[in-house]
Design a protein around this ligand. Structure first.
Ligand SMILES: [Ca+2]
Ligand SMILES: [Ca+2]
Ligand SMILES: [Ca+2]
Length: 606
């Protein structure tokens, strides 16, 4: 460096950093629809610290929860490992990370001989602490700060429906923890309608006033719940240790009221109608916003909580975020279904005021369409039904979309399951096609970790949670990965994998093309057979039209689609596009087998 340059630099230093920061657009300014989300389970991603693998607990796997060779136990991944892999995630094009819950879990639970561990994070005991298997609060802060320094957001996965399975019932073993409903076991009698009168004056759980709930003081209306002495103080905050704040009606059978009141295989179902529970959960999760300035929440099991709870919780969280300088805090719920049933997910945006829900219908539709087992008209129908959401189609652009997840399984598995004789090349092409839909159609794309490395999953749940680092799980390591000669027995952070490169390329297109993030969707071509689906995405701010087109069949397709008459010249953003319209209002589409294209109209001669 010459003396002159050094002098200039020194002159600039006292002034430059502050003003440059002020001028730079912040990740805080990006609306939720501008994100590309990467979803991962910290336990299965990268092990950055072997000293925390057992969570600081001594003993065998039934005590520590650690067994890297068993798919249902902790494998060693942690927050330090995740932080060390941010280059990989950023290189894929993701702008936000949704990580499975990191709260302190009950390490192991389940009936004798069938125990598994809380590696997934959904069995919380301490809602205020980071699970020691994943690291410390300082590790989480380092992760969030490192993501923010790159302009990436962090979405936490939260649970208000239940805690870990701690509460037992005196009658539980004899009754098999079967569900006991509101009519046969009313709040007003102990152990059934013939029992002793209790909870005098309680006006029912739909009356949320504190003085009403003060009259519910005996939790033994259905069962006689108790907390084993060894776990009497295991839950944090301490109020969670009182059985009165739970439903205590036994395991859900998924039918009717049991969906709201029943325990998920023993997981203690909170009385989310209770004002103490509402206030307690607002306090817990507001605290995480205050402490770590995170950017959003994915809400687990949202449809198993009474809508009134969310109507109190959601505005409180958005306000808490605004107070912390986070104006674009995103909240999206899990309203689970395996069907193309947008009415269900849309209903919960209306009755619960959830700003968005995971687009289960999109995932189900794309799995069938990308497999070549459904007409492309189900996509057209799906987007027409955006009118069902609170806020309509304009709100539907904020629905997180996905093609596979940790519960149902991966897209590659769905496609292979529908096509048992499929060849490797066709499977890769169909997985690419599904991800092209994910990255160019409406909604916020969520990439499930490992899909970009050709992970295929043998089934749902544990079988869909393979390790990114070298795995010791036999059921994972015998999988034939898509687009790769490797297996999960080795580390799989490979930025040259064809799916990683494809997703990164489409992510660049998406981020530089506002119509793809905020545009309305007009379906332009579809039929009741596999083949062409085309849509125009139209930027509401500029009127710019971008055509996205997909061929779900193994024969080439050729046809014309209607476009805006002013869209006469087209630029190819992906695949192959005609450079000009055939006539004002008509564009030719030519796609090879299983091909796709993204074509952006440019301003023609005026
Ligand atoms: Ca570790
Ligand atoms: Ca519930
Ligand atoms: Ca329980």
């Amino acid at each position: 460096m010459t003396g002159r340059w050094l002098a200039l630099l020194l002159l600039a230093l006292p002034f430059a950093p502050a003003s440059a920061d002020d001028a730079r657009p912040s990740f805080r300014d990006r609306p939720p629809e501008a994100e590309i989300v990467y979803f991962l389970l910290p336990d299965r991603f990268e092990n950055g610290d072997r000293s925390n693998d057992r969570g600081g607990i001594k003993g065998d796997r039934l005590t520590t929860g650690f067994d890297p060779a068993h798919r249902g136990f902790f494998h060693g991944g942690d927050l330090k490992g995740l932080t060390a892999r941010l280059d990989y995630i950023e290189g894929l094009g993701a702008t936000a990370i949704w990580l499975a819950p990191i709260f302190k879990n009950k390490p192991v639970q389940g009936p004798a001989g069938k125990e598994t561990a809380g590696y997934h994070g959904y069995w919380v005991t301490d809602f205020t602490s980071v699970d020691p298997h994943f690291g410390t609060a300082a590790d989480f802060k380092a992760f969030v700060d490192a993501a923010h320094a790159r302009g990436m957001k962090v979405y936490m996965d939260i649970i208000a429906n239940h805690t870990a399975d701690v509460i037992r019932y005196r009658e539980g073993d004899a009754a098999g923890y079967a569900y006991r409903g509101l009519a046969d076991y009313p709040y007003s009698r102990r152990g059934g309608v013939g029992g002793t009168a209790i909870n005098d004056g309680f006006a029912g759980d739909q009356d949320g006033r504190a003085d009403n709930w003060a009259r519910l003081n005996d939790p033994s209306f259905a069962y006689t719940p108790y907390v084993p002495a060894s776990e009497a103080q295991v839950k944090v905050p301490a109020w969670l240790n009182e059985p009165i704040y739970y439903h205590n009606r036994g395991d859900t059978n998924w039918v009717g009221e049991a969906s709201l009141y029943g325990d998920f295989v023993g997981l203690d179902d909170l009385a989310t109608e209770h004002p103490r529970v509402v206030a307690g959960m607002i306090d817990i999760y507001g605290g995480w916003i205050d402490r770590f300035k995170i950017d959003g929440f994915r809400i687990d099991t949202a449809k198993h909580v009474n809508p009134a709870f969310w109507r109190a919780f959601v505005p409180a969280m958005l306000e808490r975020a605004r107070a912390n300088g986070i104006p674009n805090f995103h909240i999206f719920g899990e309203v689970a279904t395996h069907e193309v049933d947008p009415a269900l997910t849309a209903r919960w945006t209306r009755i619960a005021d959830l700003p968005a829900n995971l687009d289960m219908a999109f995932a189900a539709a794309v799995a069938k369409v990308a497999a070549g087992k459904a007409g492309t008209d189900i996509l057209a129908r799906l987007f027409e039904d955006d009118a069902l959401y609170a806020g309509g189609a304009a709100a539907a652009i904020r629905l997180p979309t996905f093609v596979g997840n940790h519960d149902a399984g991966r897209l590659a598995m769905f496609i292979a399951g529908d096509n048992p004789e499929i060849k490797d090349d066709e499977l890769l092409a169909r997985v690419r096609l599904g991800h092209a839909m994910l990255l160019t159609l409406r909604g916020v794309p969520v990439i499930y970790y490992g899909d970009e490395q050709g992970f295929i999953s043998d089934g749902n749940d544990q079988l869909a949670r393979e390790d990114m680092f070298a795995s010791r799980v036999a059921e994972y390591n015998d999988n034939d990965l898509v687009g790769s000669v490797g297996t999960t027995a080795r580390s799989n952070f490979d930025p040259t994998h064809p799916l990683y490169k494809d997703i990164a390329s489409l992510a660049r297109v998406r981020k530089s093309t506002p119509a793809l993030t905020r545009g309305e969707t007009l379906s332009r071509a579809f039929s009741n057979q596999p083949g062409l689906y085309a849509a125009s995405r139209i930027d509401p701010q500029t009127g710019a039209e971008v055509v996205v087109a997909f061929n779900t069949s193994t024969t080439a397709v050729t046809g014309r689609i209607p476009v805006l008459p002013r869209s006469q010249l087209f630029e190819t953003l992906a695949g192959g596009c005609a450079a000009t319209a055939d006539a004002p209002g008509s564009l030719s589409i030519n796609l090879p087998p299983l091909g796709y294209a993204v074509c952006a109209a440019t301003l023609g001669p005026q």
